[in-house]
Write a protein that binds this ligand. Structure first.
Ligand SMILES: Nc1ncnc2c1ncn2[C@@H]1O[C@H](COP(=O)(O)OP(=O)(O)OP(=O)(O)O)[C@@H](O)[C@H]1O
Ligand SMILES: [Mg+2]
Length: 478
């Protein structure tokens, strides 16, 4: 591209020089013709005057020659009669010369007795000559003067010589200039090309320096902004990929956890079924006990599956769709009653702290789920004779805080932040013994998030734990 432009420019300059040269040549020939014509005219006038003043033809020609002769020494004067006969010639013997009536300048003057010039090669002198013929009424003959064009030709040769030099010098200068400017132009372009190549190789952090304010500078700026954009997009894509990978990891971990949780009760069920089938002589009481165990395991499977379903349902939701108005304190009472038997079984008592009516707008089912999960834990991880306190209070911004406190074993601090994770259990064997799968608190946290809320745990090992769930559900409109 650059090379093409250089060749074009070079051609243009050479063409301009050639045109100038031709013009000069033309001008030079015009100019020298007019100078020569003047010389010839003056010479013939002088010749005529001298002859009229009594000089012989050859004396007059000689004195003319003395005055007008150039280095070549060849001012030629010829006198021609009306019929073309040469009367006198200062170079040749007139009597031996042929009739001149056919010479163009003579022919012209013969017809109109004026003045005529002609440029041609002279056989007699073997040189290019300029002839001028004029009719002299005083002498009654045609006076023809002529000078060779060698001077003019010499000038032309010199001009040509000069031209060759000018052309060569121009070529050298232009060549050097174009190499220099090509370097200057090509450098940023080369940098751009290299940057583009390394970008296509995946290096999105390359930028080119912007050195000028011209088109190349603008191109560099555009390139850099394109690189910025590309880098940003690539980074976004990488982030997305990373997140996707994380999600994939979480999903496979979840599947592994679920499979593991399913395996334990299934193995147990299979074992007892096999025993019942292959040992027909076991007592009915033992049979009854085995069936009881199978029943418990089936119940655990059922619980696990319904927890997983519930969790995946909440996770897929942007916001709760089924909302109704109800009194939260009434639901707290319900849950206390519901879990009273289980509490009594473990010698734990449930205390619902006094509270005013709390109108809320939410899914009753989900709020009840939160309470059941928290109170269930507070009973399960309690001690005989322990207590469970349930309290709900209003906070600013339509927030209601539900607190479930127990006087149980507590949670060691290093586990506290993790109890809301799926399948996380502080003491696996103890929890499983209680029939837990480690999904209860995870469900609580997800429901809280559904209501723009939070779920936190505080605990002092050996003293007890408090779970606080905050939800934006207060119904202020009613
Ligand atoms: N009130 C509490 N006191 C002491 N530890 C608790 C209490 N609540 C929860 N934990 C600990 O946190 C773990 C996770 O609780 P979570 O309710 O998620 O699962 P789980 O009770 O084991 O099983 P699930 O609730 O699914 O039946 C429990 O296994 C237990 O170790
Ligand atoms: Mg639980």
């Amino acid at each position: 591209m650059l090379k093409k432009m250089q060749v074009f420019l070079l051609g243009l300059v050479l063409l301009a020089i050639a045109a100038t040269g031709l013009f000069c040549l033309f001008f030079l020939s015009q100019y020298s013709d007019s100078i020569n014509s003047q010389v010839l005219e003056s010479a013939s006038r002088l010749f005529i005057r001298d002859v009229r003043n009594g000089s012989t033809y050859s004396d007059a020609a000689e004195s003319c020659q003395e005055i007008f002769e150039d280095e070549d020494g060849s001012l030629r004067i010829t006198l021609i009669d009306d019929d073309g006969t040469v009367i006198f010639d200062n170079f040749e013997d007139a009597s031996s010369m042929e009739n001149h009536s056919d010479r163009p300048e003579v022919k012209a003057v013969l017809s109109d007795h004026g003045t005529a010039t002609n440029k041609r090669h002279s056989e007699t002198l073997d040189s290019d000559m300029l002839y001028m013929a004029t009719y002299s009424t005083e002498l009654g003959v045609i006076v023809r003067t002529a000078i060779p064009l060698t001077l003019y030709q010499e000038s032309v040769r010199q001009l040509q010589f000069t031209f060759v030099w000018v052309l060569l010098a121009t070529l050298v200068l232009l060549g050097a200039a174009s190499i220099l400017s090509a370097k200057r132009f090509a450098k940023p372009l080369l940098e751009l090309k290299q940057a583009a190549e390394s970008m296509s190789g995946g290096h999105y952090n390359v930028r080119v320096p912007v050195k000028s304010k011209d088109e190349i500078g603008a191109l560099s700026v555009a390139f850099n902004s394109m690189a910025d954009q590309l880098e940003r997009e690539v980074r976004e894509l990488e982030d997305k990929n990373e997140k996707l990978a994380e999600l994939q990891d979480m999903r496979s971990e979840f599947v592994a956890n679920v499979s593991h949780e399913l395996k334990t009760p299934l193995t147990s069920i299979r074992g007892f079924v096999d025993t019942l089938r292959n040992a027909p002589d076991i007592s009915p009481a033992t049979q009854e006990r085995f069936l009881e165990i199978i029943d418990i395991e089936v119940e655990r499977l059922h619980q696990l599956i319904s927890d997983i379903l519930q969790l995946s349902e909440i996770e897929g939701m942007e916001s709760e769709l089924e909302q109704q108005k109800f009194d939260l304190s009434a639901v707290i009472d319900d849950v206390a009653t519901l879990l009273d038997d289980k509490a009594t079984e473990r010698k734990v008592s449930i205390v619902v702290e006094d509270c005013e009516a709390l109108p809320v707008l939410a899914s009753k089912y989900r709020i009840k789920q939160i309470l059941i999960n928290l109170v269930d834990n507070a009973i399960k991880y309690n001690r005989p004779g322990g207590k469970v306190y349930i309290q709900a209070t209003r906070e600013p911004d339509r927030v209601i805080a539900i607190r479930v406190r127990d006087t149980g074993e507590g949670i060691p601090p290093e586990h506290l932040s993790r109890v809301f994770e799926r399948f996380y259990r502080v003491d696996k064997s103890h929890s499983r013994e209680m029939g837990g799968t480690g999904l209860g608190l995870s469900i609580v946290k997800h429901i809280a998030q559904l209501y723009e809320g939070t779920a936190i745990a505080e605990s002092t090992p050996g003293v007890g734990s408090t779970f606080v769930v905050r939800l934006r559900i207060a119904d202020d409109l009613s």
